[in-house]
Design a protein around this ligand. Structure first.
Ligand SMILES: *Cc1c(COP(=O)(O)O)cnc(C)c1O
Length: 389
């Protein structure tokens, strides 16, 4: 078989991208004003069945704004996952607050049983505030990451959050399009259940604007405030009156033009991702020592990333397999390192991290672009098969 190069995850521009971006350029509205911004916000809000959405520069910016609007201040604590991309955690530090790291379960999303046991054993609930017994800090919020398009157990999480007055920020940057098919949140999309939901349109995400993000909330007043903060907190545009400290976090019209065209194709992208996931699963089932991690059963996942699980009895270690696949032109990536072991977070509190430690050495993300052909999938499978023999 002829050698190819199959990237992990690349953009797919087969819709009206050029037309809309050209329109934006021709209109000369290329910056943070222009019709595509509001258009894209309306399109996303309507897709997500939410009243409004606010377009930002990045998913990280959307998360930062969420935490600020959740009133996270210096010396507050925020519960975060340790198995995630670091951008889900850094905004906690931007606000000089402290993260408290939690483990994942087999879905790679937060372990809700451990979350409850952390609260039961390490915290006091006094005067409506959840207080960390050791640090004495107020735990104000939790960041839930819907890892790789899988969905965390929001039913349990919302019960806990309501019981202890903690704000819920859903990092849905990897899960645009995933929703619950059963249960209390049937029909609800990732990011639309907690107090805030953040999305990302970075180049590797399921739809892209080059760089960009979106914020949704169940509270329209807070969403208005998000828009205000994202545009330098202008109280009077003419006379430059600012009554708060804002940011330059607004999405540009060029990005929004790209986003509008991308969103029109999201459901098609998900169909392709589903089809390729099934093909991988079928092929990998027959390879001893390898499997592909499932998505939760009660959801329609966007199947953003595919996790190849390498059992201990497989011929190669995770890193050896990565190297061999790379030599054959198949780009893969290990899952992230644990955030609580990264330099800036080594001193932060982490509660019984076990599963996350187990998974980080055993998962490779394999090619999953929405323009991956059947033939590409068969090529990857044939290489995996060859390597396993
Ligand atoms: C991509 C990603 C982000 C950040 O989004 P950007 O748009 O790149 O800032 C945050 N959290 C997670 C889990 C991500 O995968």
């Amino acid at each position: 078989m002829e050698k190819r190069f199959i990237p992990l995850s690349v953009p797919n521009f087969n819709g009206r991208e050029l037309e809309y971006v050209t329109n934006a350029v021709e209109s000369e509205w290329v910056s943070t004003g222009g019709k595509y911004i509001e258009d894209f916000e309306t399109d996303i809000a309507s897709y997500l069945k939410m009243p409004e959405a606010v377009a930002c520069q990045s998913g990280t910016a959307a998360l930062h704004l969420s935490l600020r609007l959740a009133d996270v201040q210096s010396d507050d604590e925020v519960i975060v996952p340790t198995l995630t991309f670091i951008a889900a955690v850094n905004p906690v530090k931007y606000l000089h607050a402290e993260p408290v790291f939690m483990d994942c379960d087999d879905s790679l999303t937060i372990d809700v049983i451990k979350l409850q046991s952390f609260i039961d054993t390490q915290c006091d609930f006094v005067n409506g505030k959840l207080i960390n017994k050791i640090s004495k800090r107020h735990i104000k919020a939790i960041v839930i990451v819907h890892v790789f398009g899988n969905l965390a157990d929001m039913e349990e999480i919302m019960k806990i959050a309501k019981a202890y007055n903690i704000k819920v920020i859903e990092d849905a940057t990897e899960a645009l399009g995933s929703y619950y098919e059963t249960g209390e949140y049937k029909g609800k999309f990732a990011g639309t259940i907690g107090d805030f939901g953040a999305y990302s349109f970075n180049g590797n995400k399921i739809i892209t604007t080059g760089g960009g993000g979106m914020l949704v909330s169940t509270n329209n007043d807070l969403l208005k405030k998000a828009k205000y903060l994202s545009t330098q907190a202008k109280d009077d545009v003419l006379y430059y009156i600012h009554n708060d400290i804002g940011y330059n976090y607004r999405m540009t019209n060029l990005q929004a033009a790209l986003g509008k065209a991308q969103l029109q194709q999201l459901e098609d992208f998900i169909k392709t991702k589903e089809k390729n996931y099934e093909a991988y699963k079928k092929g990998i089932e027959n390879i001893k020592g390898l499997s592909i991690l499932p998505f939760n059963k009660n959801i329609r996942s966007n199947k953003w990333f595919y996790s190849l699980f390498i059992a201990d009895d497989f011929k190669y270690s995770r890193d050896e397999l990565l190297k061999h696949l790379n030599e054959k032109g198949v780009q893969t990536r290990p899952i992230w390192g644990l955030i609580n072991e990264q330099q800036p977070y080594k001193e932060s509190f982490a509660y019984n991290i076990e599963k996350a430690k187990y998974y980080i050495d055993r998962i490779l993300s394999i090619p999953c672009s929405s323009n991956l052909s059947d033939d590409d999938v068969q090529y990857v499978l044939s290489i995996l098969k060859e390597l396993s023999e």
